[in-house]
Design a protein around this ligand. Structure first.
Ligand SMILES: Cc1cc2nc3c(=O)[nH]c(=O)nc-3n(C[C@H](O)[C@H](O)[C@H](O)COP(=O)(O)OP(=O)(O)OC[C@H]3O[C@@H](n4cnc5c(N)ncnc54)[C@H](O)[C@@H]3O)c2cc1C
Length: 327
């Protein structure tokens, strides 16, 4: 059986991996109009947890999706020859004094009170409580994409740089799966699929060497994740419903993200600018991942929103099961 996958982000790579792992496939080809991780996956900050936004309730299929994502990241980690780990456990949710009462955190969490925060992280001055989620993770996304592709390549997948406008261009294949993220509707046969785009921007800021770097990503309305080199950090993100183009817009990104950082750390909001990246997130109407058959042979997986890391492996596995390619 010959399988074509369009789009080399988290979702397309996960589909490629499961397709290559099946006994039924003889040929697996991955197409992208640009390169591995050229879409939103290449700019993702790398935070992953199974909870709904601003709550400690599980998101739709949260625990199952987390299990699948961790398994796939573990497989990609085996390509790590002496490099730092691809994934680190722990993610901190911050609470201010004027927020709603501190909710009951999950059992897998450690709570830091104000005194402890002041001692270890004096630059988080307005923060009242910090809840470190053991089911939260930070992933080095660029290296994850690179490693996962290496695994797929070793299992026999091929890559072709090509813009696909219609499934008709790939008629040789028995099945085609479009994993084209926010660009889902650009494929002729998917033009009626209800997917909307939202632009997201991420800043890279120089870390102040006089401040002790946080061990875990810090989350409130904005977030801050240390880069592997500990000399810089990623700060996010914008959620722009209206935008002119998908490219970085430093002025808007700095204005919105620095304001969010200022809420929990005036010191972090003043860190020096290094870079700005942008990508487009894809949302279905119900804000859940979308797995749809477009015909007997053609499928689409999109709508990962801001949770592509959590859902990519789960959705790829689900579509492969529905197509009968894996059990
Ligand atoms: C600033 C920002 C920060 C984020 N941070 C996080 C985070 O911390 N954690 C998290 O889980 N998620 C995060 N996200 C969301 C996450 O990036 C997405 O959910 C995820 O990347 C979606 O993956 P995907 O593979 O479905 O799509 P994409 O990564 O967008 O991949 C789609 C691919 O398809 C290709 N393509 C499109 N059309 C065609 C065509 N016609 N022919 C050939 N190729 C085509 C594109 O080149 C692209 O490579 C963030 C997003 C942004 C923008």
């Amino acid at each position: 059986m010959k399988i074509a996958i369009i789009g080399a982000g988290f979702t397309g790579l996960a589909c490629t991996f499961y397709a290559c792992s099946s006994q039924q496939t003889t040929n697996v080809a991955l197409f992208d109009r640009s390169s591995i991780g050229a879409g939103a996956s290449g700019v993702a900050a790398g935070c992953m947890h199974p909870y709904a936004p601003y709550s400690f309730k599980y998101a739709w299929q949260g625990p199952e999706a987390l299990k699948d994502a961790l398994e796939l990241i573990d497989i990609a980690s085996q390509e790590n020859k002496g490099d730092p780990p691809l994934i680190r456990q722990g993610l901190c949710r911050l609470f201010l004094k004027d927020e709603a009462p501190f909710p009951t955190p999950p059992t897998e969490a450690t709570i830091f009170c104000k005194e402890k925060i002041k001692l270890h992280f004096p630059y988080l001055d307005p923060v009242e409580h910090m809840c470190c989620l053991h089911q939260g993770y930070s992933v080095d996304t660029k290296r994850y994409l690179k490693n996962l592709w290496r695994v797929c390549e070793r299992l026999g997948a091929g890559f072709e740089k090509r813009n696909i406008q219609s499934f008709k261009e790939l008629e040789d294949y028995d099945h085609i799966i479009a994993c084209t993220g926010a660009y889902a509707r650009e494929i002729e046969e998917a033009k009626d699929v209800a997917i909307s785009q939202q632009k997201g921007q991420l800043l890279t800021l120089a870390w102040d060497p006089d401040m002790q770097p946080p061990q875990y990503p810090l989350h409130m309305r904005g977030y801050l994740v240390m880069a592997e080199d500990a000399a810089s950090c990623y700060a996010g993100a914008t959620f722009e419903r209206s935008f002119q183009d998908p490219f970085p817009d430093r002025e808007r990104a700095e204005a919105e993200i620095r304001k969010k950082l200022h809420e929990f750390s005036p010191a972090c909001s003043a860190l020096q600018f290094l870079d700005c990246q942008a990508g487009l997130r894809a949302y279905a109407k119900n804000r859940l991942p979308l797995i749809v058959p477009l015909s007997e042979k053609h499928w689409m997986v999109s709508g990962m929103g801001s949770k592509g890391l959590l859902y990519h492996a789960f959705c790829a596995k689900t579509v492969m099961q529905q197509m009968g390619i894996i059990l």
